[in-house]
Design a protein around this ligand. Sequence first.
Ligand SMILES: O=C(O)CCC(=O)C(=O)O
Length: 325
Amino acid sequence: MVVASPASIIGSEKIIEDIELPVIDVSIGDRSELSNLIVGACEKYGFFKVINHRVSNEIISKMEQESLSFFAKPFPEKELAGPANPFGYGCKNIGFNGDIGEVEYLVLNSHPLSISQRSKSISNDPNKFSSAVSGYIEAVREVACEILDLMAEGLGVPDTSVFSRLISDVDSDSIIRLNHYPPSYSTNRVGFGEHSDPQILTLLRSNDVGGLQISLNDGAWVPVSPDPTGFCVNVGDVLQAMTNGRFVSVRHRAVTNSYNSRMSMAYFAAPPLDTEIAALPHMVSAARPTLYRPFTWADYKKAAYSLRLGDARLDLFRKQGDELA
Ligand SMILES: O=C(O)CCC(=O)C(=O)O
């Protein structure tokens, strides 16, 4: 049995406040400028903020309202959503290997049928819940597909829907996770510990309370200023593998504060389980040999779930020595 260690206090790592993280206005008409900006951000940080996207305020506020109503319920009622195993409600324990944080959360499979079935144990008005969540997922998936197409264009990949096809597939294994961080008795406790997202791409939106931080290569942390009108976009491990390490999957975490509740909603765009993940031929050359052994998304999930949140999970598939030749 793995015993959970108590949620820790963020230590003495370097925090850099004055870096301007990329903010990309996706409404600008020039596709090639847009795709270059996106590629630059994914190479440098694996992270950017998107503004002027096409997800309406109405869709966002319906989703936010449903999340607020769920988290406002008494604990025993939230538990009716079932343990997060992997879908359902969780509190403080994250994953299966002893990670812990000052957070409660609800994880859902993104399929409309699954959402409508689960909504019965989540909401007093299941139809309203289910339509708000499915509407939100459909809208963010469209934005994610558009971003993925722009990435492929910017990378010069001939098949520009090579990434987006994986997440628009009916069998896509995408999920949504709603996180609620109640105000903590002290600031800077770990809300959601350091990790990279295993999937292809994450679109995360929060209310106007800060807490998200991203890690730079040298281990310093950069706080991300909250913007409820935009989305934070994280490159996930699968995209790092498909781009042969050209894009970096960003390590990030969420910290608590003592003054206000924070709520975030993360859409994790993933391929179907049996998809084989390998570097795109366009990303491999004699000077840049394939970095990772091919794996299926099912293999990767299994490996990721067997490790701690902060482990470098993609390293399990990294080629070593002779394999690199
Ligand atoms: O709440 C946040 O800002 C980060 C949450 C997160 O990283 C996750 O749900 O995987």
